[in-house]
Design a protein. Sequence first.
Length: 167
Amino acid sequence: MGPKSAAMKDQMASPPSPSSSPAKWYSTPKVETTSSLAMRPVRVATAAFQAGLAGIVIDGGIRDIQQLKEKAYPIFARFVTPAVGGKDGPGEFGYPISCGGVPVHPGDLIVGDENGVVVIPPADAEKVLADGRKKRSYEETRMAEIKRGVLVKPAIDDTLRAKGVIS
């Protein structure tokens, strides 16, 4: 590994151990803003994950999606394209960027799944986690009500009556 590769590895986030994080939150101490992944995504992604990168978020397209799915890499992109990107584009580590119109700063927590990707400033992490747990608890309670036959909460009818929508 050359000096540039060693420096990149030092700047990439590694996944937390399961016991250290209840959620799959990965820190981004350095953020790459290059679009070079489109050039040879399988090779680049394999090298990045081998170096300890926890995930890749691309504010653009990606190709070779089937091969990437087979490797089960956590990669999120706006769209799939057969187009080949350039490898000499802009790219820096450790600077704020905008991804999908959302500011992303070094150290932000990035959480992603099939539904999308969110950016959480470290100062907000505990509140976001608490809010998420509260929401999950509500959803579990509501699903149990639905299974018991409470398909529409009485409070909804009360609100609709108060607004004159139903009588």
